[in-house]
Design a protein around this ligand. Sequence first.
Ligand SMILES: [Fe+2]
Length: 249
Amino acid sequence: MYSNEQENHQGKTSGRGWNIVKICLLMTALPAFLALVLVNGAAQTSTSTAVPAFRIPALPYPQNALEPYISARTMSFHYGKHHQAYVDNLNRLTAGTAWAGQTIEKVIMESTGKPDEAGVFNNAAQVWNHNFFWQSMKPGGGGKPTGRLLEGIEKSFGSFDEFKTAFKAAAVSQFGSGWAWLIQEGGTLKIIKTSNADTPLAHGQTALLTCDVWEHAYYLDYQNRRPDFVQAFLDHLVNWEFAASQMKP
Ligand SMILES: [Fe+2]
């Protein structure tokens, strides 16, 4: 009996002591727990409000999909290295500025014509131009457009064949690095070429189609034969459905 009471007493005493220990532990741990919650909350808030970086869009097709006209090796360098480098440079140049988190179009429009912002413009425009270039092509492309786009081409250039001749001439004659474009301006279609990173977007023009004639676009596959690359682009790669989708009413 005594021993039971003693056990009970000891048991009660031990339970009370254990409760005191738990309270002490809780009081000790609580500030640390609250600090952890606050830090974690702040981190989550920081993440949720962080300005997203510019990102390279996924290619609309596998890197080997345009073979034999553009090799997977060319695509791996052109998309994976050159295009990626423009994206990385743009993120570095706009980090902490009002341009971080803006659309690429807004960055282009606000940096164009500003010598002090040439780096931002060049990289932003090259990101946009390349995004547009990948979409200007598709596996099994080429051929002839249809509908309103074909009518516009025939009206503006005389015939589809005359358009191809003029587009190839523009692409081949672009001195140094640049781009050949089919654009819509007002009610007509035009072929233009731009140097380096320059883009129709910066001139208020509507781009429908582009061919990258920087050497990195074709040198591994065609070396100095830019005319052959442009011919392959026109005959086998052009995505006319994409070009038509860019037309304004
Ligand atoms: Fe390029």
